[in-house]
Design a binder for this molecule. Structure first.
Ligand code: SF4
Ligand code: SF4
Length: 180
C-alpha cells in the first residue's frame, strides 16, 4: 500500500452509514420516560462528554455519538453496543456537559433496558450470578497480610444468607437468574 492510499482510508472510528429502516422512533421516548433524560433533547453534539471521557478513544461509538444515536432512535445499535457496558461510571462526561445531559445515568438506563431484553455481556452476567450465589462480590481470604495488620489469622465467618435472600428478590436477581 502506498503512502497516498494509507491517507485516503477511512478513520478507524467512522461509524457505519445509518440504516433508516431500522430506526425506532419510540426509543427516544422510552429513554425520556426514565428519570434521567430530562435534558436529553438539549444535547447539541458539542462533544465535550467525549473529550472528558478517559476511555472514549478505545470505543467505536463515543459518548456524544451514543447520545445522538439515542435521539435518532438507533435502539438496536445502542442496546447491543459494548460501550454502554464498558463505561467506567466516572461521571466525567456528565459533570462537564454544558447542557446538563445526564450522560452516565442515561447509559445506566440503556444497560437496564438491554438487560431486560437479555443482552448482558458474559462477564457481567457471571459477576451478577456470583453475587447472588455468594452474597458478596469478593471473598476475604486468609493470608499473610492479616498477621501484619494484627488481625486474627482466620477470617471470621460471614453470614450472607440475608443478603442473598434480598438479592434474589431484586430485579438483578431476576435477570441474572434468567427470568424475564
Ligand atoms: S457534552 Fe452534553 S451537549 Fe455536549 S455532546 Fe455531550 S451530551 Fe451533548
Ligand atoms: S462515565 Fe462513562 S462515558 Fe462518561 S466519561 Fe466516564 S467512562 Fe466515559
Amino acid at each position: 500500500m502506498t503512502e497516498t492510499e494509507e491517507r485516503t482510508g477511512p478513520p478507524e472510528t467512522l461509524i457505519e452509514p445509518i440504516d433508516m429502516s431500522k430506526l425506532d422512533p419510540k426509543f427516544r421516548k422510552e429513554i425520556h420516560s426514565m428519570p434521567n433524560a430530562e435534558e436529553l433533547s438539549a444535547c447539541f453534539a458539542c462533544t465535550t462528554c467525549t473529550a472528558a471521557c478517559p476511555i472514549a478513544n478505545q470505543w467505536n461509538y463515543k459518548p456524544h455519538q451514543l447520545i445522538r444515536m439515542i435521539l435518532l432512535g438507533m435502539r438496536e445499535e445502542v442496546l447491543s453496543s459494548k460501550e454502554i457496558w464498558e463505561c467506567l461510571t466516572c461521571f466525567q462526561c456528565q459533570e462537564r456537559c454544558p447542557q446538563k445531559v445526564k450522560v452516565t445515568d442515561i447509559f445506566f438506563d440503556c444497560k437496564n433496558l438491554a438487560a431486560e431484553e437479555g443482552i448482558i455481556p458474559p462477564n457481567v452476567l457471571a459477576l451478577g450470578k456470583s453475587l447472588i450465589e455468594k452474597g458478596q462480590l469478593y471473598e476475604v481470604l486468609n493470608d499473610w497480610e492479616r498477621e501484619d495488620l494484627d488481625l486474627e489469622a482466620e477470617v471470621p465467618g460471614l453470614n450472607t444468607d440475608t443478603i442473598k435472600e434480598i438479592l434474589r428478590g431484586t430485579r438483578t436477581g431476576r435477570l441474572v437468574g434468567g427470568e424475564k
